[in-house]
Design a protein around this ligand. Structure first.
Ligand code: GAP
Length: 511
C-alpha cells in the first residue's frame, strides 16, 4: 500500500470520528490517540469479538479486570525493571534520538533493497527464463551483500544479548550509518532506556513510593493466578483473559496507532501441565489465526513469524504478522512462557503459586501459553483492510469501509426520504423498534445519495429509506453497503434481514 493511501486512511479516520490525536487543541501529544464516536463503537465490537471467543466459548477460560497500578515488586519479579529497555542513541547535530537497533535494521533494509533492485533488473533482462534462486546463488554482488547483512545481524545480536553497548555504537560507526535528519555521523554513546512510565503513590510525607504504569496486562493475571484458580475452582488446563490499558514510553513512536505510548492489550494466559506446553502452543497458534481469518480478509494478509532470539522466559514464540499499510508487522504475539513468571512471583512474594494435580497426586507450577494482541493494532488492521476507494460505473467514486458486518459501528441507518409528511415520525418508529437489537442511526439531512455516501464511509452495512408508500404498505427500501443494490422489504422483516448479516453469534459459530 502506498504512503498516500496510509495518509488517506489516517485522514478518513479523523474526518469520520474514528480516531483523533489526543489533546489536539493543544497541538496533540505524540503517540497518544483518542477514539471518537465511531471509533469507540468499532473498538468495543472488536473487544467483544475477542472476549466472547475466549471467555464465552471456552468453559475453561475466565475473565479478569486487574488494576493498572501494581505493587512495584511485580515489575522486579517480571524482569521489567532490569530488562525492559531500548538501546538509544542521539545524533549530536540534529538532537534526534533513535533506537540503535532500529537504525541498524534500517541500514540492513537499505542493503536488502539494493539486492531486490538487482534481482528486478535481471528479471527484466532475462524475462520468462529468469531463475531467481539461481541468480541469487550465483551473482557475486548479491552474495556479497547477503554475507554483509548476515555479518551485521550476527554482530548486532551478540551486542544486544551481551548488553555490549560500545560495540553497538561501533557497529553504527563502522557501517557509516548517518542521521536521516542531519546526515551526520556525530553520535553519542548508546544508553539503555527503560520503557516503563513511573509515578508516585501516597503522599510525599509517607516517603517516596515509586510505582509503574503497567507495560503489559499479563502480570495482573499472574499475580491473580491463585485467587482465580481457588475461587473459580479451575482445573489445569485453564485460561485467564483480560482486556486493559498498557503504557510504554516508546521512543520511536510513529505510524499512527500502530505504536502508541498508551494502548490496550487483549491477553490470555493459559496454564498447562509442564510437558504439555508445546502441544498447547501449537493449539493456540491454530486458534488465533483462525480467529483472524474468520474476518474474511485476504488470506495473504497474515503470516507467522517465529522469533529467532527468544526472550529469557520463553521456550517458543511467534508473531502473527499482518500486512499493514506500511508492510508486514506484528499484530499478535503467541508465547510459550514456561513457568518463568509464576516461579519469579513465588520467589519474590514468598507465596506458593502451584496447582495440586489430583490425578498425579502432586503439586507443580503450571507452564503458560500466552496469546497477546494489541487492540489498537487490531483496529488499524480492520480499518486499513476495510478502507476502499471505489470507482463506480456512473463515473463517480466512493470511499467505503468494508468492515466485517458484525464489527461495524452502525448496523442500520434509517432515513426518511423527506423531512415532512409524517416520514420522520415513521422512520423514528422503526428506529424505536430496532434500537434494542442493533446500533441504529437516524439521519434526515441532505439527499439520500449523500446520506448513503456518509454511511459507506463509516461502514454501515444497511441503510433503509422510508418513503410515502411506506405509510400505507409498511415497506421500506433497504440498501446494501457492498453491492449498493436496493430492495423493497416489509418493516416486519427488517430485524431478521439485518440480524442474519450482522450477528456476532454467527461469526463466533464459525470459529
Ligand atoms: N505480555 C506480552 C507482551 O506484552 P508484546 O509483544 O510486548 O508482548 C503484545 O506486546 C502486543 O501488544 C503486540 O503484539 C502489539 O499488538 C501490542 N503492542 C505492544 N506495544 C505496543 C504499542 N506501543 N502500541 C500499540 N500496541 C502495542
Amino acid at each position: 500500500m502506498s504512503d498516500d493511501k496510509f495518509k488517506n486512511i489516517i485522514g478518513h479516520a479523523k474526518e469520520y470520528g474514528f480516531v483523533f490525536q489526543s489533546s489536539e487543541i493543544y497541538d496533540g501529544l505524540s503517540a497518544v490517540y483518542d477514539y471518537g464516536q465511531m471509533g469507540v463503537l468499532l473498538k468495543n465490537n472488536i473487544k467483544t469479538y475477542w472476549w466472547n471467543a475466549m471467555v464465552q466459548l471456552h468453559e475453561n477460560i475466565v475473565g479478569l479486570d486487574s488494576a493498572i497500578f501494581m505493587h512495584p515488586t511485580t515489575w522486579k519479579a517480571s524482569g521489567h525493571v532490569d530488562a525492559f529497555n531500548d538501546p538509544l542513541i542521539d545524533n549530536k547535530d540534529s538532537k534526534k534520538r533513535y533506537r540503535a537497533d532500529v537504525l541498524i535494521e534500517e541500514h540492513i533494509e537499505k542493503i536488502n533493497q539494493k539486492n531486490l533492485k538487482d534481482i528486478a533488473k535481471a528479471q527484466k533482462r532475462f524475462g520468462d527464463s529468469f531463475d531467481e534462486a539461481q541468480f541469487i546463488a550465483t551473482n557475486g554482488r548479491v552474495q556479497e551483500r547477503l554475507q554483509k547483512i548476515k555479518a551485521i545481524e550476527d554482530r548486532m545480536r551478540t551486542a544486544l544479548e551481551t548488553n555490549n553497548l560500545e560495540d553497538l555504537k561501533l557497529l553504527i560507526e563502522d557501517e557509516g550509518i548517518t542521521c536521516p535528519i542531519s546526515g551526520s555521523k556525530n553520535w553519542t554513546d548508546v544508553r539503555q532506556f527503560n520503557l516503563m512510565f513511573s509515578t508516585e503513590i501516597g503522599s510525599v510525607a509517607e516517603g517516596s513510593n515509586k510505582i509503574y504504569l503497567r507495560p503489559e496486562t499479563a502480570q495482573g493475571i499472574f499475580v491473580n493466578f491463585l485467587n482465580v484458580m481457588k475461587t473459580g475452582r479451575m482445573k489445569v488446563p485453564f485460561g485467564i483473559a483480560q482486556i486493559g490499558k498498557a503504557f510504554r514510553n516508546e521512543i520511536v513512536a510513529r505510524q499512527f496507532i500502530f505504536r502508541m505510548r498508551e494502548f490496550e492489550q487483549m491477553e490470555m494466559q493459559f496454564f498447562v501441565k509442564p510437558g504439555e506446553d508445546q502441544q498447547w502452543y501449537e493449539h493456540w497458534k491454530e486458534q488465533r489465526i483462525k480467529w483472524h481469518k474468520n474476518l474474511g480478509f485476504s488470506e495473504n494478509s497474515y503470516r507467522f513469524h517465529d522469533h529467532i532470539k527468544l526472550a529469557h522466559y520463553a521456550n517458543a514464540a511467534c508473531d502473527i504478522e499482518f500486512d499493514f499499510p506500511m508492510g508486514f508487522k506484528e499484530l499478535e504475539g503467541i508465547h510459550s512462557r514456561t513457568d518463568f513468571d509464576l516461579k519469579a512471583h513465588e520467589k519474590h512474594s514468598g507465596k506458593k503459586l502451584q496447582y495440586f494435580d489430583n490425578e498425579d497426586n502432586q503439586n507443580y507450577v503450571p507452564y503458560v501459553i500466552e496469546t497477546s494482541i494489541g487492540l489498537d493494532r487490531m483496529f488499524l488492521a480492520v480499518l486499513s483492510e476495510a478502507y476502499q476507494e471505489e470507482a463506480l460505473e456512473d463515473g463517480s467514486s466512493r470511499v467505503v469501509l468494508k468492515i466485517p458486518e458484525f464489527l461495524a459501528p452502525i448496523k442500520l441507518a434509517i432515513f426518511p426520504l423527506v423531512k415532512k409528511d409524517g416520514l420522520p415520525e415513521k422512520a423514528k418508529e422503526i428506529m424505536n423498534l430496532l434500537k434494542f437489537d442493533f446500533q441504529c442511526f437516524y439521519e434526515e439531512k441532505d439527499t439520500i445519495g449523500k446520506r448513503y455516501r456518509r454511511h459507506d464511509a463509516i461502514g454501515t452495512p444497511y441503510c433503509i429509506t422510508v418513503d410515502h408508500d411506506s405509510l400505507n404498505d409498511n415497506m421500506v427500501t433497504i440498501r446494501d453497503r457492498n453491492t449498493m443494490t436496493q430492495e423493497r422489504v416489509a418493516i416486519s422483516a427488517l430485524k431478521s434481514i439485518v440480524e442474519e448479516r450482522v450477528s456476532m453469534a454467527s461469526a463466533l459459530r464459525k470459529l
